[in-house]
Design a protein around this ligand. Structure first.
Ligand code: NAD
Length: 495
């Protein structure tokens, strides 16, 4: 990988594209308005991006619908779509350096993470769906002999993918991959806080051979564009990742328009339970720190609530404090950095105010906090003596803040873990096999990790119970979101 200086040099060579990608070409927004994109590590403006509005959304939907109806993409064989998506994955890999640099400048995340994880993750996601799509068959129903009924899966039509800022390209590909593979037209609406890699993807999609209108990118500010897409009668499906608040709003828009499917991957407040019988507390402590502080804690499945048995609490927390030192914030362009800047100053202030509130409500701050330098840096914070009814234990902070909550019995641990409006992920650490399965079964979460935190690859579904959302990203299950099930009946002997 490049050195810090070489990444900075590469930055100088790039003219960053900020226009929307509509119907196969880059365009300014119809109003001509733009918004600033700021590097949160340096506070410099790095790009001016098209501020699209309702009018741009209306135009893009028309192109998307036209492309879908034309059958230019949806009507191709799965094997043909596969070739185009494989090419797109290859192009992402070829442009890995540029994409990683854009991701890091835009979000403040460490360059090694962008380069080694996010961008390769995006490419391999597309490749996975490309490879899968020509291996999925329909069904023949077990009907009477005088009829024949078969069940097929058909693309839903126009999909609006509305995504957040924490893993911009990677999470976008979790939507784009299955949606395009299934034959839909996709309009990608990136977050205004991190639109650059999505915009860059437009030209790669063109190069790969996606027909005009099949893949478009509409940057917009806040609710702009997203709201228009969610209310549009020709958008058939919203694939959303973001906050529970906005997910709810999108469901209202759907109900007030055409009842489009709204698939939501939303927030989390995940419990990580450490039982006293677990033999390798050093490993558990390292994964607890990484589970909470990776990506500056800006992760929906971050291990933010540490439920630890009271008999080992002091020892275990000491180990977690030591492990959290691996996450000392540094310049994100330094390849040795494992923690960068938060997404922006506003978010940093929000995270700091949660920490203050936690202390006011009775928690003890053991380490970390604001880093006094330019940029939105916060070092890992551990709050001890937290009870599950405190604001810091109930609300999603989305920053590097770990809440320590002791428990005395297995039942109590399960009760605390499930006492949350969210149900995205949960983990438990135990050397007792019976307990592992007993507890895993009772946890109200879409993913449960036993003796690890946050294992995952494309083969497994990802999503939440309760207010963490509905539907699943990743795996073959994600295709269910982007396809309709059709039953076709044929009466035999009727010709
Ligand atoms: P957000 O909900 O504020 O924004 C998400 C997207 O929605 C952005 O593109 C934003 O511009 C757009 N948007 C905002 N208001 C809108 C409105 N009224 N109508 C339509 N679109 C609107 O979320 P965020 O701050 O970007 O991301 C952080 C959140 O995402 C956290 O809650 C986190 O847990 C969640 N998240 C969930 C997952 C998951 O898989 N469950 C993964 C990553 C992030």
């Amino acid at each position: 990988m490049r050195t810090q200086q070489q990444w900075m040099d590469l930055r100088q060579q790039h003219n960053i594209e900020g226009r929307a990608f509509i119907n196969g070409q880059y365009q300014d927004s119809l109003s001509g308005e733009t918004f600033e994109v700021i590097n949160p590590a340096t506070e410099e403006v790095i790009a001016y991006v098209a501020r699209c509005s309702d009018q741009d959304a209306i135009a893009a939907v028309e192109y998307a619908k036209g492309a879908f109806r034309s059958g230019e993409w949806a009507g191709q064989s799965p094997a043909a779509r596969k070739q185009v998506l494989l090419k797109l994955a290859d192009l992402i890999e070829q442009e890995k350096e540029t994409l990683a640099l854009l991701e890091t400048l835009d979000t403040g995340k460490p360059i090694s993470h962008s380069y080694q994880t996010d961008i390769p993750g995006a490419a391999s996601c597309l490749r996975w769906y490309a490879e899968a799509i020509d291996k999925i068959y329909g069904e023949v129903a077990t009907t009477e002999h005088n009829v024949h009924a078969y069940i097929t899966h058909q693309a839903v039509g126009v999909v609006a993918a509305i995504v957040p800022w924490n893993f911009p390209l990677w999470l976008a590909c979790w939507k784009i991959g299955p949606a395009l593979a299934a034959g839909n037209s996709v309009i990608l609406k990136p977050s205004e806080k991190s639109p650059l890699t999505a915009i860059f993807l437009g030209q790669l999609a063109q190069q790969a051979g996606l027909p005009n209108g099949v893949f478009q990118v509409l940057p917009g500010f806040g609710h702009e564009v997203g709201d228009a897409l969610a209310r549009h009668h020709d958008v058939d499906c919203i694939a959303f990742t973001g906050s529970t608040r906005v997910a709810r709003q999108l469901m209202i828009c759907s109900g007030e328009s055409n009842m489009k499917r709204v698939w939501a991957e939303a927030g989390g407040k995940n419990a990580n339970i450490v039982f006293a019988d677990y033999k390798n507390l050093d490993k558990a402590a390292q994964e607890t720190a990484a589970g909470c502080f990776y990506n500056q804690g800006e992760v929906c499945v971050a291990a933010t609530r540490l439920l630890v048995h009271e008999s080992i609490k002091e020892e275990f927390v000491r180990k977690v404090i030591a492990a959290s030192e691996a996450f000392t914030p540094k310049d994100p362009l330094d390849p040795s950095s494992s923690m960068g800047a938060l997404i922006d100053q506003e978010h940093k202030n929000k995270v700091l105010s949660y920490i203050r509130q936690g202390v006011e409500e009775g928690a003890t701050q053991l380490c970390g906090g604001s880093v006094q330098c330019k940029g939105a840096f916060v070092s890992p914070v551990i709050l001890d003596n937290v009870t599950n009814d405190m604001t810091v234990a109930q609300e999603e902070i989305f920053g590097p803040v770990l809440c320590v909550i002791p428990f005395s019995t297995e039942e109590e641990a399960i009760q605390i873990a499930n006492d949350s409006p969210y149900g995205l992920g949960a983990a438990l650490w135990t050397s007792d096999l019976d307990r592992a399965h007993r507890v895993a079964r009772k946890l109200e979460a879409g993913s449960v990790w036993i003796n690890n935190y946050n294992e995952g690859d494309m083969t497994v579904p990802f999503g939440g119970f309760k207010q963490s959302g509905n539907g699943r990203d990743k795996s073959l299950h994600a295709l269910e979101k982007f396809t309709e099930v059709k039953t076709t009946w044929l009466r035999l002997g009727s010709y």
